[in-house]
Write a protein that binds this ligand. Structure first.
Ligand code: PBG
Length: 324
């Protein structure tokens, strides 16, 4: 059958019919809001390269979580900005670390908020790398111990789920084993499995002051040119016990999201990262893009590609707009 019998426009004429046949709908259930907890500040500070995003003191973060919950946001992922950084990233696993404090406060005051902790060292190390450094090398195996310790301290503080974003080999297995040994077999792991060495993380690194002091992250994060390698990363993380896997960034990697979705049956997350957010904000500020429409289109595209959940700085705006 073909034109003139077939007319694709028939299903597009009526707005209700368009809704009835819509294949993909983003809802608040799909979204996770990233938040930054900073040590040693008393008022929230706007992050210059990420308009509308803030570094929060613990108290402010709790208030923000209450507000988000009221808007219908059910999950957050927390990042920490410690006052002091050192070569081993001791702030990452300290029970008094900024993320541990933040998790405790949120779970205490807003218990219904689902709290994910980003699990990495780069926010806590003076050199800004995601692992233990010797000379100019980022050491893999010695880092695993530290990551496992960090995971345990985050979970003890009350994290509902941990998300390792360091890209060391073998970290998922090590974290799983450590959590299980300590009675936390019920806590799931969301692995940043296909995490690319991307320039789209620029604004985030300004936010947490984690730009590497020397070199770059290419010896551990993936080459943007590789897709098949992402499938191997995912496969290995699944074998090590990941409950969910992530593709990051999202927009320039929709093909990766799709391939992971097609090949594996566990939930797939996508991280709509800082640079993707800032581009939209900058263009909207100039009046070059309609922010609301563009954000809905972006989130819909990420979901259509196959993401079950989306980590996005747009989540709170999306929630506000959904209420209007
Ligand atoms: C930590 C981490 C990064 C992001 C999430 N976790 C930065 C990086 O790898 O340099 C980036 C998030 C974003 O850009 O929004 N390793």
């Amino acid at each position: 059958m073909e034109f003139p019998i077939v007319r694709m426009r028939r299903l597009r004429e009526n707005p209700t019919l368009r809704e009835l046949v819509r294949e993909t709908k983003v809802t608040l259930d799909d979204l996770v809001m990233p938040l930054f907890a900073a040590e040693g500040i008393s008022k929230k500070q706007e992050i210059k390269s990420m308009p509308g995003q803030f570094r929060f003191p613990v108290k402010g973060l709790v208030e923000e979580c209450k507000k988000l919950r009221g808007l219908g946001i059910k999950a957050v992922i927390l990042f920490g900005i410690p006052k002091h950084k050192d070569p081993r990233g001791a702030g990452a696993w300290s029970d008094q670390g900024i993320v541990q404090q933040a998790v405790r406060a949120v779970k205490d005051r807003v218990p219904e908020m689902f709290v994910i902790t980003d699990l990495c060292l780069c926010e806590y190390t003076s050199h800004g790398h995601c692992g233990i450094v010797s000379g100019k090398k980022i050491l893999n195996d010695p880092t695993l111990e530290v990551l496992a310790k960090t995971a345990l301290s985050q979970v003890k503080a009350g994290a509902d789920l941990v998300a390792p974003s360091d890209m060391m080999d073998g970290r998922v297995g090590k974290i799983r084993e450590t959590l299980d040994r300590n009675g936390f077999h019920h806590i799931p792991i969301l692995a940043y499995s296909a995490k690319y060495a991307s320039a789209f993380y620029g604004p985030f690194r300004e936010a947490v002051e984690s730009a590497p002091e020397f070199g770059d992250r290419k010896s551990y994060q993936m080459d943007p040119a590789n897709a098949r390698m992402a499938l191997r990363e995912v496969e290995l993380d699944i074998m090590e016990g990941a409950d969910m896997v992530m593709v990051k960034p999202a927009l320039a990697y929709l093909d990766i999201i799709k391939r992971v979705r097609d090949r594996y049956d566990l939930p797939v997350a996508a991280y709509n990262v800082s640079g993707e957010y800032s581009m939209v904000k900058a263009a909207a500020k100039n009046g070059w893009l309609d922010e609301k429409k563009v954000v809905l289109e972006i989130l819909t595209a990420i979901k259509r590609a196959g993401a079950d959940l989306i980590l996005s700085y747009h989540s709170s705006d999306f929630a506000k707009w959904s209420k209007e």
